[in-house]
Design a protein around this ligand. Sequence first.
Ligand code: ZN
Length: 126
Amino acid sequence: MNQDFPKRFQFNLSGAGCWLTLLAIGLLLGAVGLGWVVNGFLIIVGLVIISPIIGWFVFRLWLKRNLVEDKCPVCAYEFTGFNRTDCQCPNCAEPLKVEQGHFQRLTPPGTIDVEAVEVSVRQIED
Ligand SMILES: [Zn+2]
């Protein structure tokens, strides 16, 4: 006898039967007057499918608005930071503030950078 037949029949049943069962349950609930259960279920399924897609787009939009790519005002090293946050230059470790899409130094205005130069005692005496 053909032993392949029951297996194939079972396979077809598991594929279409799942949806048929769901449809039958849906129709049954609708007939009983519990159509809102079916609607609610469909809405939940829809939300589960749609919300990650919406979430992804919102996240992308948020990233686009908040990611700032600029050069460090001290060493001109280009890197990325988040808008309205404090960060540190990965190259020269200068504390920076992100404002209006540009990096700004955290040091108060009027601060003058000085580079210490070693002066030998002899030079002063001369
Ligand atoms: Zn820097």
